[in-house]
Design a protein around this ligand. Structure first.
Ligand SMILES: Cc1cc2nc3c(=O)[nH]c(=O)nc-3n(C[C@H](O)[C@H](O)[C@H](O)COP(=O)(O)O)c2cc1C
Length: 167
């Protein structure tokens, strides 16, 4: 396993990348990623999530068809669908998803969240119960290069988004 990054470096350098080498992600690394997702806090500790791990090429290709911007998904060695149980909120899904992506990045595995624009198709492909939904799909893999890590789009400066005491 690669040396782990400091938390602040990990958070600041995590970008969403869509190009991966063919290197497989070990079961040990997968377990660390899933454990990080499991440990996320949630509203009233409801833990309203299940994780579906996809490694099969045909299944990944089928799932990619459920998103409008998911062309890179079949080439990812590891894909995890974050499924929300009834009552689960987007914020819960976001917390568990970011935990998994940061845990992966801490050991050099990059990732990208992918929206399922065709929710019913995603439900069918994943075999979900009718009251469950795929909140987000995460693609994981080792980056091909520094340049591939992100598209170079800057974040808004703090000066433009931070307010003190009130808007
Ligand atoms: C809720 C959500 C849905 C996203 N859906 C997609 C998607 O369907 N396909 C994709 O390629 N990227 C998707 N992204 C990734 C965004 O494009 C990315 O976070 C943003 O462009 C910043 O990228 P950067 O970290 O590389 O700067 C999604 C991100 C979020 C938070």
């Amino acid at each position: 396993m690669a040396a782990r990054m400091e938390a602040d470096v990990c958070i600041r350098t995590k970008r969403d990348s869509r190009e991966y080498t063919g290197q497989e992600i070990t079961d040990e690394a997968l377990q660390r990623i899933l454990q990080a997702g499991r440990m996320a806090g949630s509203s009233k500790n409801t833990q309203p999530w299940h994780f579906i791990v996809l490694r099969d090429a045909a299944r990944k290709a089928e799932l990619a068809e459920c998103g409008d911007f998911a062309k890179h998904v079949p080439a990812a060695p590891l894909v995890i669908a974050v499924v929300l149980t009834p009552g689960g909120g987007a914020f819960d899904a976001g917390r568990t998803a970011q935990n998994m992506m940061l845990a992966a990045w801490a050991e050099g595995i990059t990732s990208c969240p992918v929206a399922m624009h065709h929710a019913e198709d995603a439900r069918r492909v994943l075999g979900l119960p009718p009251d469950h939904r795929a909140a987000i799909v995460l693609s994981f893999g080792y980056p091909v290069s520094e340049e591939s890590l992100h598209r170079g789009v800057a974040r808004n400066p703090l000066a433009g988004i931070v307010h003190h005491e009130r808007w």
